[in-house]
Design a protein around this ligand. Structure first.
Ligand code: F6P
Length: 323
């Protein structure tokens, strides 16, 4: 292992820069050459690189987004696109690549490894959705969840003052991690998550029950699922059912930006070091993650083929803590 590349792909997530910094510093500590690949798989296909020395990553640990930029590249889902990437990797003289991203990134990496005898590929989970199998937490989740909690706290002031019902839509395309944890931490009255079918009856009943025991306002946290904006429809139907005024707030991309929290900086640093050490140990086709406080390597295929479940305990306690 002499020359390593690093890229960020898919949705940006706070803490990615802490991870890039850790990868660069660990590589340099082991006398490896390190090169940045710009804009995820788009840059990989085109051999679009940027030099990464100590200066390039200095004063970046506190920055959200990704200094390497990112993309969602559909060309990578074609064999032709992946063969172009393999040729570019050979041209760049890379022995290993650290890929920071989510399920889509690792799906692409598995396909690339199957198609071509290419550089060693080691993934690092970065996704505010936290939906990657093989790690308890993904880089970016903690910052996004804290952003959602702050928003819920602010909106609760108005909900209480006006005796209103609020629907707060958080991100989370196929998973309810953000909704569940921010819902518990923000003291929400009800949750809508992609893991469960939406039930207007259930939402309305739970809010009605809350009013019966003396609540005068309520907050429902809605995961956007695969239909961003879905909370408007749910809010309209529940409002009609209860004959109660409601408002909708869609947090959207506000949750993806901003300075990473302590947890995301530490996780990014830890996994960045682990990724380079995995390459030095001769590993390939795996993702480094943290499970139960221990570092773990999971085959790339498993990271997107296996569904990471929500924490059953959190789901269980939400039901009665929200009453
Ligand atoms: O993958 C993270 C995520 O923020 C999802 O929660 C959201 O559904 C999606 O990305 C939005 O993607 P884009 O920024 O490409 O619109």
């Amino acid at each position: 292992m002499k020359r390593v590349g690093i890229l960020t792909s898919g949705g940006d997530a706070p803490g990615m820069n802490a991870c890039i910094r850790a990868v660069v510093r660990t590589a340099l500590a082991h006398d490896l050459a390190i090169v940045g690949i710009r804009r995820g798989y788009t840059g990989l296909i085109n051999g679009d690189t940027v030099p990464l020395d100590r200066g390039a990553i200095r004063n970046t640990i506190h920055l959200g987004g990704t200094i390497l930029e990112t993309s969602r590249n559909s060309d990578f889902y074609t064999k032709e696109g992946r063969l172009r990437a393999a040729a570019a990797i050979a041209q760049m003289g890379l022995d290993g690549i650290v890929l920071i991203g989510g399920e889509g990134t690792f799906h692409g990496a598995s396909l690339l490894a199957a198609d071509a005898d290419t550089a060693a590929l080691v993934g690092v989970p970065g996704s505010i959705d936290n939906d990657v199998y093989g790690t308890d937490y993904c880089i970016g989740f903690d910052t996004a969840a804290n952003c959602a909690v702050e928003a819920i706290d602010r909106i609760r002031d108005t909900a209480r003052s006006h005796e209103r019902l609020f629907f707060i839509e958080v991100m989370g395309r196929t998973a309810g991690f953000l909704a569940l944890e921010s819902g518990i931490a923000g003291g929400a009255e009800e949750l809508v998550i992609p893991e469960e079918e939406v039930s207007i009856d259930r939402i309305s009943d739970r809010i009605r029950q809350g009013f019966i025991v003396g609540k005068k306002s309520a907050i429902v946290v809605v995961a956007e699922g695969d239909t961003p904006g879905i909370s408007f429809k749910i809010a309209r139907e529940v409002s009609e059912r209860l004959n109660f005024d409601s408002r909708v707030v869609v947090l959207g991309h506000l949750q993806r930006g901003g300075p990473p929290t302590l947890r995301d900086r530490v996780l990014g640093s830890l996994l960045g070091v682990a990724a380079v050490e995995a390459l030095l140990d001769g590993r390939s086709g795996c993702m480094v993650g943290e499970v139960g406080g221990a570092l773990k390597c999971t085959p790339l295929e498993e990271t997107w083929q296996k569904k990471k479940p929500l924490d059953d305990d959190l789901r269980r306690i939400f039901v009665f803590l929200s009453e």
